[in-house]
Design a protein around this ligand. Structure first.
Ligand code: NAD
Ligand code: TYD
Length: 356
């Protein structure tokens, strides 16, 4: 019997590296091929612990390169695709929307074309044993008021160039199922946190700045709410959905863990005071309110009851515990932080955060 051969795109990024690690360790009989362009957000240091495993292979490449993707599909004859490669930072999407259209929309359609061609997908006979799993975000649903949660049936209403590009890619994935019989599944997840998170996103950025006694920029009044999920719980959800999800379906993934940004930052400052042996209240002095993000969505919250009931997944970790674990990881991995913040990041950071 042919071993399961799965291509994971964006496997050198934050979430992708956790998914690759989980699959390589849990399924020694599978062959896991990680395709990543290694943009500023991709780093092979994220995968040091598994890079020598015999069921793992890394390929450097761009998902927009149709010829390369065709060649890779031909060579490896993949059973499955788990597609995470993307431009993922909302602020960058405001400065440079076209990069998001290229990777998130054109890159996704390039992969869909290859899967459709090689699996000979058709509406008359949807291929069995193949799956195109598209990893998406809750941001496609737009912004909530004070009440309610995003369900799988919530209408799309994206506001940022990032969420618009992800919404577009989701629509293409569904269109390839409905029009060409491609076996697909989609998940839309809330904000992740944990190790290997690039320090331009709120939690790792704040940890890094607090550690270095730099201002912690809080956009607007810090009133925006996000639903935070530990990244390893997301990877577990992807495993469950890949193996047991229904073809053509969508699953929402979330932490049932809503935090106002300012409350989260205050909790993080408290944890950092403890971990760094600082006086109580010392780190909170670094909190600096800055100009709000344009088009800033007020609130995200996920209803993950479908995934919980049908596929028996649930978040494993309480937020306070996950946050402490995350802080411990960043404090123990200074080299990693130095390494990832040495490229174009600092220049970008300097342009972005204009303190009011
Ligand atoms: P990330 O920015 O940390 O990693 C993205 C990875 O994709 C990087 O390794 C990068 O090198 C690679 N990549 C970018 N462009 C590429 C291209 N053209 N070809 C090949 N590789 C390319 O992102 P992340 O936070 O790990 O997010 C992964 C996926 O999960 C994304 O699709 C994102 O939309 C989705 N998602 C993220 C979150 C979150 O909280 N971070 C939540 C829900 C969904
Ligand atoms: P982020 O981590 O960029 O994720 P997303 O925009 O995809 O939700 O931001 C999380 C929240 O934190 C969001 O409301 C924007 C806010 N934020 C700040 O207040 N300061 C910052 O420096 C950053 C990066 C984000």
């Amino acid at each position: 019997m042919k071993l399961k051969t799965i291509i994971i795109t964006g496997g050198a990024g934050f979430i992708g590296s956790h998914v690759v690690r989980l699959f390589v360790n849990k399924y020694p009989d599978y062959k896991i091929v990680n395709l990543d362009k290694l943009t500023y957000a991709g780093n092979l240091a994220n995968l040091k612990d598994i890079e020598k495993k015999s069921n793992y292979e890394f390929l450097k490449g761009d998902i927009c390169d149709a010829e390369l993707i065709q060649n890779i599909f031909e060579k490896y004859n993949f059973d499955g695709v788990i597609h995470l490669a993307a431009e993922s930072h909302v602020d960058r999407s405001i400065s440079n929307p076209m990069e998001f259209v290229k990777t998130n929309v054109i890159g996704t359609v390039t992969l869909l074309n290859a899967a459709k061609h090689f699996w000979k997908a058709s509406l008359d006979s949807i291929p069995k044993g193949n799956l195109f799993y598209h990893v998406s975000t809750d941001e496609v649903y737009g912004s909530l008021g004070k009440k309610g949660k995003f369900k799988e049936t919530t209408s799309y209403d994206p506001h940022s160039p990032y969420s618009s590009s992800k919404a577009s890619s989701d629509h293409f994935v569904r269109a390839y199922h409905d029009t060409f019989g491609l076996p697909v599944v989609i998940s839309n997840c809330s904000n992740n946190y944990g190790s290997f998170h690039f320090p331009e996103k709120l939690i790792p950025l704040a940890i890094n700045n607090i550690k270095n006694n730099k201002p912690v920029p809080v956009y607007g009044k810090g009133a925006n709410v996000r639903d935070w999920l530990f990244v390893e719980d997301h990877a577990r959800a992807i495993d469950v959905i890949y193996h047991k999800g229904k073809v053509g379906d969508t699953y929402n993934i979330g932490g049932n863990n809503e935090w106002k940004n300012i409350d989260l930052i205050k909790l993080l400052c408290k944890v950092m005071d403890e971990k760094l042996g600082r006086k109580k209240g010392e780190s909170a002095k670094l909190i600096t309110f800055v100009k709000d993000r344009a088009g800033h969505d007020l609130r995200y919250a996920i209803d993950s009851s479908k995934l919980q009931k049908k596929l028996k997944w649930r978040p494993s970790l309480k937020f306070e515990k996950g946050l402490k674990k995350t802080v411990d990881w960043y404090l123990a991995n200074e080299e990693w932080l130095k390494d990832v913040t040495s490229g174009d990041y600092q220049k970008y950071y300097d342009q972005q955060y204009v303190i009011r």
